[in-house]
Design a binder for this molecule. Sequence first.
Ligand SMILES: [Fe+2]
Length: 210
Amino acid sequence: MGLNTVYKAKSFDLSGLTGISDETLAMHFKLYEGYVTNTNLLNQQIAEMISGGQLDATKTAAFSEIRRRYGFEYNGMVLHEYYFGNMKKQGTVDANKDSAFYKSAEESFGSYDVWKADFVATGKMRGVGWAATYQDPSNGALSNHWINLHETGNVAGYTPILIMDVWEHAFIKDYAPADRPKYIEAFFSNIDWDAVSGRLQDTAGSASAK
Ligand SMILES: [Fe+2]
């Protein structure tokens, strides 16, 4: 994001999901919009601090704090867009066996089921964050990652393929904190697998990418 860039919150038509209520989604969209607002706000503050062409030495600490928060808010904005973007009404629990994603998961993990078990186990980890399947742009391989908060654990340059929010705000209106596995099951019944496969990039090492 350049200092002149202003982001706009996107809208997602997701009402009527299975096991994730419209009430949860409405609250979650508001939280997402907060990340967009704060990303823009911090960007503006940085622009102001640097407007003379250099940073006033008395503002170094303040600048550092804003820059750190910027990573939190910016990743919070982007991850939510991937998350909402990989769900849809009447999604299907598992990827179709003929899909590019299924084949990629098989290639990278030995089987789709092993990929899924690994992804779900990642999502059940204690802590606040996200489960993510990323694709390595150099060879097309998929790997699963735990993202702490929003900004720790993302792999630079990798392509987000499937993103699952496991912060409690993603399900607290529908499930108790200890019932995160039920939310994960619900998430899986709403996945837009076409969107997921569509994120795969063609790479030299991957025969299965679309
Ligand atoms: Fe969230």
